[in-house]
Design a protein around this ligand. Structure first.
Ligand code: ADP
Length: 152
């Protein structure tokens, strides 16, 4: 039985923090599906196509990584793609509280799926997609925050 994990998020845009978590988690799984959650109420800065293209470029040489998008409940998507694990990153205690709630509700919805957490690398603790969006919006340089493949 393949060990498949879903890494759900908006990736608007993908940051070096996301990439670090994915690369560190790869030895644990046979496949990681980076899954862009599409929420019609949440306006993104970058189109779904652009976000998917960047992820495909970044992981083009990693045969164990797939990129998909989904809408609706993450656990339902996991069941569709046969994933028994949800991968998430933890930066701060605020992340922990937020993730605890989601993780426990996901488990109530589907108790065959476990959430696996990776602590962020210390240097990426202050990094988030929303901070990167702010930097970009205000004309700052996002060097060192996002992978070089993220070109806009
Ligand atoms: P969401 O839209 O759910 O906030 P994100 O795209 O921001 O999703 O992030 C997806 C996952 O990546 C979350 O588990 C988040 O905690 C994690 N993550 C985001 N930034 C970092 C970072 N700098 N270091 C480690 N994990 C991160």
């Amino acid at each position: 039985m393949e060990r498949i994990a879903v890494f759900p998020g908006s990736f608007d845009p993908v940051t070096l923090g996301h990439v670090s978590v994915i690369r560190r988690a790869l030895p644990l799984f046979d496949k990681i599906i980076i899954s862009i959650g599409v929420n019609s109420e949440k306006k993104s800065m970058f189109t779904l196509e652009q976000r998917m293209n960047w992820l495909n470029d970044i992981f083009s040489k990693d045969s164990k990584v797939e990129i998909k998008s989904y809408s609706g409940l993450t656990v339902e998507f996991c069941n569709e793609v046969n994933a028994k694990f949800i991968l998430r990153g933890l930066r701060t205690s605020a992340d922990f509280e937020f993730e605890r709630g989601i993780g426990q509700i996901n488990r109530k919805l589907s108790d065959n799926i476990e959430t696996v957490f990776f602590l962020t690398e210390a240097k990426y603790t202050p990094l988030s997609s929303s901070i990167v969006r702010d930097v970009i919006r205000n004309g700052g340089s996002a060097d060192g925050l996002i992978p070089p493949e993220v070109i806009f």
